[in-house]
Design a protein around this ligand. Structure first.
Ligand SMILES: [Zn+2]
Ligand SMILES: [Zn+2]
Length: 342
């Protein structure tokens, strides 16, 4: 029986339509192909084939842009937005415009070509998370940027053009629409109830348990009630924090454990599917001319989280035209498969 469900965070409706009782094996996921590639610019030893590194997690006494690193951050060779110049906001008639300034960086997660994030040790995943934190904190000092979005494309079907494990970040002079929707709705919720909507949601998920995928002392992973996609999974910190980058170092290791566990469950259950994930954190709150108190309540309103989406289905005409997603796997079923997979 199909159902329409509404996401309490974004007010977005989805159609949960498990009409065919799909099992994980019914998805023809093209698993992310693996080949060894001596010419790969992200492999250790090929540092000269990439733009100069911004920062890296390096062994002592190794030089930048030489081997001896564990995580390496470089500017994207083909950036979507350019780092130079001013934002230059302007209007042309009813059209709003600004210059395409921003930052577009690549986080190379490991020196080893054939090691996926799910297979890495928690300590090595922690270094990737350290890189995210470091870059967000640095780019937040730039008052041109309103938002810094960290994301990962794994597998060709998820948009990865190079198979060497990497994630990316893009800093933008605007707050992206989907994040803004979450931000403004969670602010409205806090204004009304003086409670965080994500904390409330997590509390409810933990008490019902039917959509929980994994939990440890500090993090919870669950399939959201109004999942847009089969096996969509969110990771939230149990403690209320508005920004990812403020996560203390000792707590980050538990996040690494949670991320590894969830990615491993997806890999086992769905035969190493392509996936995307995105880190949703608070926007850049640096004060700027004319906006001295930009989002002064953000600390209370918002709760950072990671959204993971395996790429098992394609968006078709109805989704494109309506923004209404049809999900053939109920989140309760998906969570059950993932819970029982290991
Ligand atoms: Zn490589
Ligand atoms: Zn919260």
């Amino acid at each position: 029986m199909s159902e329409l469900r509404k996401c309490p965070i974004t007010d977005r409706w989805v159609i949960i339509s498990p009409t065919r009782g799909r099992r994980p094996s019914d998805f023809e996921a093209v698993s992310a192909e693996k080949t060894d590639n001596a010419k790969c610019p992200f492999c250790e030893g090929n540092e000269s084939k990439t733009p100069a590194e911004i920062i890296a997690w390096r062994k002592p006494n190794t030089l930048p842009n030489t081997p001896g690193w564990q995580v390496r951050i470089i500017p994207n060779k083909f950036p979507a937005l350019g780092i130079e110049g001013e934002v230059n906001r302007r209007g042309i008639g009813i059209f709003d415009m600004m210059s395409g300034v921003g930052a577009h960086e690549v986080i190379i997660e490991t020196p080893r070509h054939n090691e996926s994030l799910a297979d890495m040790t928690e300590a090595d995943i922690d270094k990737v998370l350290w890189a995210y934190k470091h870059r967000i904190q640095d780019l937040q000092k730039d008052s041109r940027f309103r938002y810094i979005l960290v994301f990962k494309n794994y597998g060709k079907a998820a948009g990865a053009s190079l198979e060497h494990p990497h994630s990316q970040l893009i800093a933008t002079p605007i707050t992206p629409r989907y994040v803004k929707l979450e931000l403004s709705n969670s602010r409205a919720y806090f204004q009304e109830k003086e409670r965080c909507i994500f904390c409330d949601l997590m509390r409810q998920e933990l008490s019902s348990g039917e959509r929980i995928v994994y939990e440890n002392e500090l993090f919870v992973a669950f399939a959201p009630f109004a999942s847009r996609f089969p096996f969509e999974t969110w990771i939230l910190p149990r403690r209320h924090h508005s920004d990812f980058q403020g996560t203390p170092d000792d707590e980050r290791m538990q996040l690494a454990g949670c991320l590894k566990d969830v990615l491993t469950r997806l890999k086992v259950t769905l035969n190493d599917p392509p996936y995307n994930y995105v880190v949703h954190t608070a926007p850049n709150s640096i004060t700027r001319p004319g906006k001295p108190d930009y989002w002064g309540t953000i600390e209370y309103d918002y709760h950072w989280h990671i959204e993971i989406i395996p790429r098992l289905t394609k968006m078709a005409g109805f989704e494109w035209g309506s923004g209404l997603y049809i999900n053939p796997t109920s989140p309760e079923e998906a969570a059950k498969y993932l819970r029982e997979s290991i």
